[in-house]
Write a protein that binds this ligand. Sequence first.
Ligand code: SAM
Length: 455
Amino acid sequence: MHPIMLPVDFIDSMRQQMGVEAELLLRALQTDPVTSIRLNSKLDVLTFDCDTDEVPWHVDGYYLSERPQFTLDPLFHAGCYYVQEASSMFIQQVLEQYLDPSSVVLDLCAAPGGKSTLISEYLGRDGLLLSNEVVRQRVFILSENIQKWGNGNTVVTHNTPAEYGELCTNLFDCILVDAPCSGEGMFRKDEQARNEWSLAAVRKCAERQRAILMDVWDALKPGGLLIYSTCTFNAEENEKNVEWMAESLGADIMPVDYDRSWGIVEGSVGYHFYPHRAKGEGFYVCALRKHDEFFKPFQPKAAKNKKSNSQQSMANPQYTEIMRSWLQHPDDWALRYTDRFATAYPLRYKELIDALADCLTCISTGFGLGEERGKTIAPQHSLSMAKDLRKEAFPNVPLTLEQARSYLRTEALNLTNVPLGLLLLTYEGVPLGFAKNVGNRQNNLYPNEWRIRKL
Ligand code: SAM
């Protein structure tokens, strides 16, 4: 790796903040970044052609000794793992120590979805995650990653922090604010972060972070948990904001247990991951508990000028029976019909999700189940990604690596000796998506918008 140019003011400010230890940090920023992944429960074993090592603070986290070309791996596209920075997997420890899995959680700044997929996995069948992204261009990749992860316990939304504060007052047991920041912790892998950094940018980020926290604060239940994180080192965006939150918004700072061998550094408040101490990129996290003197239960409010989303438009009982037969646990899911499309979402949160659909901008809810096509019902692609898919409901066709790649490029398929009708295509036993054998050819049903070009 070439030596990277670090901003002079950054070097000075780290020397001021950390004293002699800054030299160790600056040296570590000149070394190669670490590659790590978090395994989905869809897959039992790792199959990489390189050495792997466990991430100590997350049971599903692995360091890879090399960075493979993930895009060439069909299992990557099937959501079998998420390429996630190791330090940020520490969120798991905070959840385990403070959050019951049967909780309603908001991940406010969620795209592209690393922490949302982690939270979704932690909540499993018991909890509900609202995964939000305010930047329009980033919300679709978030929704795609959530669908590929496949838990069905997540609603992806596109709202501002202030809309959440206003429309979801006192709703959430936990809110994660993984704030947009100056990105010092990403310097060794992100040239743009280095180029855009300045002392003024740090100040601006810190202000914006406080505005985000203030705007969303009312959405957190009294007594609820706020997890604040950034991928930057400076105290202005980290400790100072946490202290401001505790004092001005009213919260207690909570200790998080960790193993001393992990190399975590405690700040005056919160926890730092520095690349010269812990194996990963730079990260900061702090947990706070909101004071609970003013409890008023959540009451759904309808947003002005918004059409009801929870309305049902298609409800052919025959189709419902067919779609239920595609699921392992059909009784766990509520079905919603919008135009030709049916969506499955957790039955235990039906009332809440229906109320939220009327006030928030929901991009995806649970997983797409079926689509009315002429006089039949066809499965939607996101069903093939869902962990509750009953695989035996469709003839399974195992693909070779080359066939799998060609399917993901949405090319024509040349499968021989396969039955007529819908087929569930798999790679190493994991579903990749559907195709339809119409006799003289098989139609590739991989979604065009997810098509992998460089494969
Ligand atoms: N949590 C994500 C993950 O683990 O994959 C990474 C989130 S990234 C650090 C911060 C996110 O905040 C970005 O997706 C960005 O678009 C979003 N963002 C930017 N400005 C924002 C604002 N004013 N309010 C809320 N989110 C904002």
